[in-house]
Every structure is written in C-alpha cells, then in structure tokens.
Design a protein. Structure first.
Length: 397
C-alpha cells in the first residue's frame, strides 16, 4: 500500500516523464521536418553521403541506429520496469485498459499491412512496422492541448505506449534477429549473469552496471541479435530499490530512478531527434500517386492511421461496455477517440523496425513515406478530434 509520500513521488516522476516526453516530441517533429527539407534540397547529396561515412568499423548511420539508439532502448527498458513495479502499471487493474488497448493497437495494424501485401510474400516481413506508437511524438501533440485534455488521458496514452514499446522490443528480438553467433551470445549471457549477481550483491553504484553494459552491447552486437536490445537487458538488472530486501525503499534515490533521470533529457532532446534527423530524410523526387498506392506505403500508412484507431477504440469500447474497465477520469468518448487516432503516430519505433525489415533502399523509402503519411494524418486528424472534444467540454462547463 502506497504511503502519501511514495504516491507523491510516483506522480512527480510521472509528471517529469510526461513533460520531458512531450517537449521532446516537439523537438522530434522539428528534426523530422528538417530532415525532409534537407533531403529535398541542394544539400541532399551531402546529407546522404555524411550518413554513409564510415567512422571506424561502422557508418555514421549505423553508429546512430545501433549504438546511440541503445541508449534510447535503455531508457525504454527503465521506464517499462519502473511503471510495472512502481508506477501506473504496478497493478493488474491499472494494466488492463492500456495493456489490452496496446494489444489491439498492434494486432489490427499488422493485419491491415498483411492484407495489403499478401500478393508478395517477401513484403510480409514488414508486418510489424505499423504496430508501434511513438510516445514522444504522440505526447508532444497531446501536450499542445494543455488543460483541454485531462491528465488521466495523458497517463493512459503514456502507459499504452510503454506497453506498446515492450511489445515492439519482443517483436524485434523474436522476428528481426539475423544468424546467431553462439560464442558471442554465450558471452552476452555470462555478462548478463554477472550483472544479475552484481544486483543481488547489493551494488547500488551506477558505474559497474554501465561498464558491464558497454561490454554487453559489444557482445550482443556480435551475436546477431540487434545491439539495441542490450539496452533493454541492462535496464532489467538495474536496481529499483535503494537497499536490498527493503520493498518500501523504491524512491527517487534508487539506481534505476537516478539513471532514468540522467537519461530523460539527453534521450528526448539529443538521441531521438538525431535518430529522426538521420532516418526521416527521404527524397520525394519522382514521388507520385503510384508511390502512395504501393502496397508497402499503403499498408504502413493505413495500418497506422486506421489500424491504430480501430484496434485501440474497439478494445477500449468493449472493455468499458462489459464493465471490465472504465474510461480514464473526466475523459469523454470524443477525447478517447482523438487519443486513439494519435496512437497512429508511429515515427521512431516504426522507422527502426522498417530499417530492420528491409535492406532495399527503395523499399525503405516507400516505408518511410508510409510512416510519415500515416503519422502526419494521425496527428492532424487526432488534433482536430481533440479540438472538437475540448470545445464541447469547455461549453459544458
């Protein structure tokens, strides 16, 4: 049972999280827009050449996508662990609505993508691209409405996106792993075991975890599993308690909370915008209506916009009608519909999965156009629905 102080700490942590994610989402929007502008300007050749410039064993783009994004996945893992053990997802009653909505919001978009690409078995590898919600982008749009949208809906969207991220991590680990190097994989398992032992030994300094985490990243990178998943593995062993064996000692001084606090702003304002700038740039030269009618583009865009709306809203409506859950406090069905549409903003994780799914640059560009189109449409329509819902609420008051 939470004490008043611990409840206050949880709310304070969540509020800081929402504030950072929302602001970071606005920066991400600017980075994506800049990438598109540069990729379609006289500087396009310099932009693409720089991304493929090799620095040591990897190109700049691979350093961003494999190494820098491991920090993003570390933060995602920390957020998942904290919310599951110490936050808004700490009980089953709190998990059921966002959890079920996240599942619906992953299944329906995947089915829509598969429906558009059944004729080409090779294209089915991209089924997971429209399943992810970009928490920073979506919360960034939602933050523009201020008090017109109740805080409970922002928490619902954050919880849904966190569970969504967990699903995306599992999808990447299971379906987008290349041939395995068993020696490196065994080494990674040993390092992970050492990290667990360090946790059990009561070590609460961050430096041992970070140093071993760097070794873990190298071994996971060499193993054939995508290197970013090393960030999630590391997050799972970072202690959430200040003192071993003290269940009530979960507070802002724990290693997990300290590391999460250290990473929030760098990830929101540096890591994710750089990833967005490096990957959102797609040349629109030669783009026509035929491009948007391509099964890759259409499957991703429709999956994000229509699939997320149908999947999330159908599940929420069913659970509420059956009496198994309630709408978030003070939220209307119009506002819930607007949030369901915003779930179709799938920028960061969708781009990431798209790069893993296809090696062909031409297909990657079609996928990117689908992600940008579906995300933009979701953001615009979702905002219009929330504006309408907000006016009704204000009028009612």
């Amino acid at each position: 049972m939470s004490t008043p102080n611990s409840t206050g700490r949880i709310q304070s942590t969540l509020r800081r999280f929402l504030d950072n994610e929302a602001s970071g989402g606005l920066v991400l929007m600017a980075a994506a827009a800049l990438a598109l502008a540069v990729a379609n300007s006289p500087f396009a050749f310099a932009y693409f050449d720089a991304l493929h410039l090799y620095i040591g064993p990897l190109s700049l783009l691979h350093w961003i996508n494999d190494a820098l994004m491991a920090v993003f996945f570390l933060l995602v893992g920390l957020e998942i662990k904290r919310e599951m053990l110490d936050g808004q997802l700490s009980t089953w009653s709190r998990r059921i609505l966002p959890g079920a909505a996240a599942a619906g919001g992953m299944i329906v978009p995947a089915l829509i993508y598969v429906g558009f690409n059944l004729a080409n078995p090779a294209s089915l590898r991209g089924w997971a691209i429209p399943t992810a919600t970009d928490i920073a982008f979506a919360l960034g749009v939602l933050s523009l409405f201020g008090k017109r949208v109740p805080a409970s809906l922002k928490i619902f969207l954050a919880a849904l996106a966190i569970i969504d991220d967990l699903g995306a991590v599992l999808v990447i680990a299971i379906f987008y792993t290349s041939e395995l190097n068993l020696a490196a994989l065994g080494g990674a398992a040993i390092v992970l075991g050492i990290l667990v032992a360090v946790n059990r030994a009561g070590v609460r300094k961050l430096s041992p975890y970070l140093l071993l985490g760097a070794v873990l990243w190298l071994l996971v990178f060499a193993s054939g599993i995508h290197a970013t998943l090393a960030g999630v593995m590391l997050a799972m062993v970072v202690p959430i308690k200040t003192t071993p064996g003290a269940p009530e000692a979960r507070d802002d001084e724990s290693p997990l909370h300290r590391l999460e606090h250290l990473l929030h702003k760098p990830v929101a304002f540096f890591v994710v915008p750089i990833f967005g700038f490096a990957n959102a740039g797609v040349s629109l030269v030669g783009t026509s209506l035929a491009t948007f009618a391509d099964p890759h583009t259409l499957g991703v865009a429709t999956g994000l916009f229509a699939g997320k709306l149908v999947g999330v809203l159908t599940v929420v409506g069913s659970l509420v009608k059956l009496g198994w859950a309630q709408l978030p406090a003070r939220a209307t069905w119009t506002q819930m519909t607007g949030v369901a549409v915003l779930c179709g903003i799938g920028f960061t994780m969708s781009l990431f999965i798209g790069l893993l799914a296809f090696d062909d640059p031409a297909i990657q560009d079609k996928v990117k156009i689908g992600i940008l189109a579906g995300s933009a449409l979701s953001g615009i329509v979702g905002s219009c629905v929330l504006m309408a819902g907000g006016r009704r609420v204000l009028a009612a008051e």
